[in-house]
Design a binder for this molecule. Structure first.
Ligand code: ATP
Ligand code: MG
Length: 385
């Protein structure tokens, strides 16, 4: 399953979004144009669907409340709304549609409540809130049906899909300084990868071995002199660890643990593990960070291949022309974010005439689309004394 359309209103720096989505979708735009905010819409839906994480109220509060989420240029309209279409493939009609709207009461203790929540399956409206129960007990509108296991019986498939949305934003420092941080986790959904080793530890040993073998194979290509990657548990503490061995060391007995791995190596391990693990939607923030350009140039085909094998969907924010230099990237696979006075606009790059013409003339999206995201007077940055 994939989300093949996103429609949203008043979310952060977007007044309106209405775009189709492909299995592999790149999101490009200048700094602060809203790439992370765009990805956060899907993370928000995932947070709602994870009832144990606190559901809708916690998902809004965790983002600073409605006043922080609602677009500052929204003028009179107080409602924030999101709708997704889910289908088997990008060009197929939607099997499912899920939509919700919410706002905050301007007075009293200012509850956050749903203005609507709707679910359609193959065009048939299965849920249409507020319903008679909501009208009889308005406090019910502080919770979505998505987060209530009993209520989702009829649309379990989308609830499961959204619960499995992953945002693997592995921050090497959190792995390196795990002892100093002493188990303090920053996010309930482990967005910073602090629970990464526990995730590796939790899968069946044969699955873990098979995934680590594939990662080891990639690391042998990416990291000079790298030889071997292993999972171990510390004999004293029982904590899970990864360890690596390199060919240029004198003894075969010398292994390094993950807190000594380089940033790029840690990021690559985290990225590959996620691609091997997920069968839902993966949200990747600038995966090019800390990686050598030779590896970055292989990421786009890697996403396409994993997508084909695992049937997952990958949304990727990026600033990298190397990543987008791959000739097989279609103009429909790149969304261009352009800040305007009325908020950021989101367009499929090949819907913009001059971009489409250049792409038809064998320019790559890296050449054509990224140049559009450059600030006009970028050279001025170097003049700062
Ligand atoms: N409610 C809101 N209304 C309007 N703008 C908002 C709102 N919330 C956040 N923003 C704006 O969103 C911008 C940040 O967007 P975001 O972090 O998604 O950018 P980005 O494209 O990921 O940037 P980068 O490339 O630097 O990572 C900030 O300029 C912030 O002011
Ligand atoms: Mg960002």
């Amino acid at each position: 399953m994939i989300i093949n359309r996103l429609i949203a209103k008043n979310w952060r720096n977007f007044q309106q979004i209405n775009v189709p989505l492909r299995e592999r979708q790149f999101i490009v735009g200048p700094n602060a144009s809203g790439k992370s905010n765009f990805l956060d819409i899907f993370r928000f839906l995932g947070d709602i669907a994870k009832a144990e994480g606190g559901g809708f109220q916690k998902a809004v509060e965790g983002r600073g409340g409605v006043s922080k989420i609602r677009c500052l240029s929204a003028r009179q309209d107080p409602e924030v709304a999101i709708e997704i279409h889910i289908s088997a493939a990008p060009d197929e009609p939607a099997t499912w549609r899920y939509g919700l709207g919410f706002r905050q009461e301007p007075r009293g203790h200012r509850p956050i409540y749903l203005t609507h929540e709707r679910v359609w399956r193959e065009g048939e409206l299965l849920l249409d809130r507020p319903d008679t129960d909501d009208n009889a007990a308005p406090h019910r509108l502080t919770q979505t049906a998505l987060e209530q296991r009993a209520a989702t019986a009829k649309f379990r498939e989308i609830a499961r899909f959204l619960r499995n949305v992953t945002y693997p934003h592995l921050v090497p420092q959190f792995i390196r300084f795990a002892d100093a941080i002493q188990g303090k986790t920053m996010e309930t959904d482990d967005a910073f990868g602090q629970g990464f080793l526990e995730r590796v530890a939790s899968v069946h040993p044969s699955t873990r071995r098979s995934r680590l073998k594939k990662i080891e194979h990639a690391l042998k290509i990416a990291v000079p002199q790298f030889e071997q990657l292993e999972f171990i548990r510390d004999k004293l503490t029982g904590h899970p660890h990864l360890q690596a061995r390199y060919s240029h060391w004198e003894s075969d007995e010398v292994w390094q643990r993950e807190d000594e791995f380089s940033e790029g190596m840690l990021r690559l391990i985290g990225l590959l593990w996620t691609l091997l693990e997920s069968d839902s939607l993966i949200l990747l923030e600038e995966p090019e960070r800390s990686l050598n350009i030779g590896i970055v140039s292989q990421l786009a085909p890697l996403f396409a291949r994993t997508q084909r094998i695992r049937r997952c969907q990958v949304l990727i924010s990026t600033h990298s022309s190397t990543l987008l230099a791959e000739p097989c990237i279609d103009g429909t696979e790149v969304l261009l974010l352009t800040p305007t006075r009325e908020g950021t606009s989101v367009k499929v790059s090949s819907d913009i005439d001059d971009i489409r013409i250049l792409l038809e003339n064998r320019f790559t999206v890296g050449e054509v689309v990224l140049s559009r995201t450059k600030p006009k007077h970028a050279a001025g940055v170097s003049l700062i004394k």
